[in-house]
Design a protein around this ligand. Structure first.
Ligand code: DGL
Length: 259
């Protein structure tokens, strides 16, 4: 099989990476995608580092063995835990990870307050600490760990009282700050962006890294001569470790639903 017509592999701990997949499909409609979500082991963000690293390596290997020409690690947690190892293991594979979009948030407004919502694991890792160091002179960067938030999206809950209450309690811990922007540093969170916006208020800008990640994958494929030039509309294949009809239905719903 010619390499350029092989699918792009997309990986997340569950269904959250579908927020990145939406951007990828939007920017590269002629590509085929194979999306693997590891919902059986989700959440990753509250697990020990070594366990997340091993799960990520195993699942990326699975995507490559399934014929993927490139890999998007559409999970901030898995990226922070394993992307360095993956690059060493697969130096010839175009591989793009996702990280919290602090840069556009810090640049959006001078001397602003940027709240970064992410999993406890992402915020603890050196990768995030280095990123924060880079922009700390431009903005007051406030990490906000959100254990429990991805579970709402995993269960298809994108609104309602319980979610609103969870977020209200979470934001109460930063209500001494005048927040200018919020970074959604976990790929599950864009699916509950409207609820977050409702609590934070309309004047708060919300950023996520999905669009930039998709752009970077496209750039890397072009550079490697691996963009699919067949001119046909591409397809999306979902695989989830939780191999139930309901799970695959949720995946398809998240890919196409309109906010
Ligand atoms: N979607 C994931 C992320 O971007 C993590 C969720 C989890 O498994 O805890 O960080």
């Amino acid at each position: 099989m010619e390499n350029s017509i092989k699918p792009i592999g997309v990986f997340d701990s569950g269904v959250g990476g579908i927020s990145v997949l939406r951007e990828l499909v939007g920017q590269m409609p002629g590509e085929d995608f194979i999306y693997f979500g590891d919902s059986v082991h989700a959440p990753y963000g509250t697990k020990p580092l070594e366990e997340v690293r091993q799960l990520t390596i195993t699942n990326v290997r699975f995507l490559l063995e399934s014929g993927a020409k490139s890999i998007v690690v559409a999970c901030n947690t898995a990226t922070s835990a394993a992307v360095a190892q993956l690059r060493k293991m697969y130096p010839d594979v175009p591989l793009v990870g996702i990280e919290p979009a602090i840069k556009p948030a810090a640049m959006y407004k001078e001397d602003s307050c940027v709240v970064v919502m992410a999993t406890p694991m992402t915020l603890k890792q050196e990768k995030f600490q280095n990123l924060m160091q880079q922009y700390k002179n431009m903005a007051d960067i406030v990490p906000l760990p959100c254990p429990g938030l991805m579970e709402f999206v995993e269960h298809g809950v994108l609104g309602g009282e319980e979610l609103t209450r969870y977020l209200e309690v979470l934001f109460a811990s930063v209500n001494n700050k005048k927040i200018d922007s919020i970074v959604l540093g976990c790929t599950h969170y864009p699916f509950v962006k409207d609820v977050i916006q409702g609590i934070a208020g309309d004047r708060v800008m919300i950023f996520d890294g999905g669009e930039g990640t998709a752009r970077e994958m496209k750039r890397r494929l072009k550079e490697a001569g691996l963009l699919n030039q067949s001119g046909k509309k591409g397809s999306v294949k979902f695989i989830n470790s939780l191999d139930t009809d309901d799970e695959l239905k949720l995946c398809r719903f998240l890919l196409t639903y309109k906010r």
